[in-house]
Design a protein around this ligand. Structure first.
Ligand code: 8YV
Length: 329
């Protein structure tokens, strides 16, 4: 039987599915550090990860490894040059999380715009004595301008929801989306600078790449309107968190909603000391149905890539389909 590592606690029934095909080494404990992950991968044919860093050195130390299935749509935790050079297949879990993630993006954006976290802290702190006409005045969503940076599948799901709020939609993306999609979403392509200058609510849904490290830093924040909000659903590192904390503290923008952070699960402490921010621990895809769908899709990819199950040899979501694959040990 081939051997697989499941690097994280996941739904036990998904583990049982994998046990039908493989000898499973399941880490139900703490997140594995680099050394422990290297050791656990060393004798495996495949692995299921969820955001764990997989380096070229780990692949070199695991000569049997043929596939790593990430339980996430983003795969910036994989050294893709290393995967390609070692002919190891990487897979991800696109699409199944689009709608839940878009829902959450709206929740975060609206919570930031309407100062819900700030108001709740105040209420819990026992400060509510009387209603005030100017208490927690926020920014309207309806009739405002949404700016989506990254018009992939999640960005499109987000933009689609704007119609109900009668919003104008601006977007920026590496490439323009098809005219039919622009028309359906009533979305207008603009430069990043124009989007930052014109949008009332900016939402980031672009993948992390070295090129867009700190795509939103002090200079970009300075372009935004003072009453605008910024929501990051994408990846830590796209926003310069220190620059954002500074902009929020000095009210250069009104508020921010962050689900992802540079160096998470550690946070830049400056973010914790500004009130006009809503912080959540990377949970945009976290509904029972969606996380189940992601886990099952990651398992489907692993099973198929290792030549088992109904789709043997045809994993649904290869990230680097060009690799011919390592020979089976
Ligand atoms: C995951 C995500 O929960 O899919 C992604 O890219 O960011 C989240 O849905 C997280 O990456 C853990 O794998």
């Amino acid at each position: 039987m081939q051997k697989v590592l499941i690097a994280r606690p996941i739904f036990p029934d998904v583990v049982e599915r994998l046990r039908q095909y493989f000898e499973v080494d399941w880490n139900t404990g703490e997140v594995l550090g680099a050394e422990a992950l290297t050791q656990r991968l060393a004798d495996k044919d495949g692995a299921l990860t969820a955001g764990d860093t997989v380096s070229a050195a780990m692949l070199a130390a695991a000569p049997r490894l043929r596939v790593v299935a990430n339980m996430a749509v983003g795969y910036n935790n994989f050294d893709m040059d290393g995967f390609n050079a070692a002919h190891v297949l990487a897979t991800n879990t696109p699409d199944v999380l689009n709608e839940s993630t878009a829902d959450f993006g709206w929740a975060l954006m609206m919570a930031a715009a309407r100062r819900m976290a700030e108001a709740e802290h105040w209420l819990r702190g026992g400060h509510w004595q009387k209603w005030a006409y100017d208490g927690f005045l926020g920014a309207d969503i309806h009739g405002s301008t949404l700016g989506v940076i990254g018009m992939g599948r999640i960005g499109q799901a987000l933009a689609r929801r704007a119609r109900g709020f009668n919003m104008q939609v601006l977007y920026h993306n590496r490439t323009r989306v098809a005219p039919a999609i622009e028309a359906e979403l009533n979305a207008h392509y603009v430069s990043k600078e124009a989007l930052l200058q014109r949008a009332d609510h900016v939402v980031l849904v672009l993948p992390y790449t070295p090129q867009n490290h700190h795509a939103i830093g002090a200079a970009e924040l300075a372009l935004m309107k003072p009453n605008a909000t910024l929501t990051n659903l994408a990846r830590g590192g796209i926003v310069d968190d220190a620059a954002l904390a500074d902009a929020l503290r000095h009210k250069r923008i009104a508020a921010a909603g962050l689900d992802v952070f540079e160096g998470e699960p550690q946070l830049n402490p400056a973010l914790l000391s500004v009130p006009n921010i809503v912080l959540t621990p990377h949970i945009a895809s976290a509904t029972e149905a969606t996380r189940r769908a992601m886990a099952n899709l990651a398992a489907d990819n692993l099973i198929a890539a290792l030549g088992e199950g109904p789709n043997a040899g045809r994993p649904p979501n290869p990230v680097n389909p060009q690799v011919s694959g390592r020979a089976r040990a």
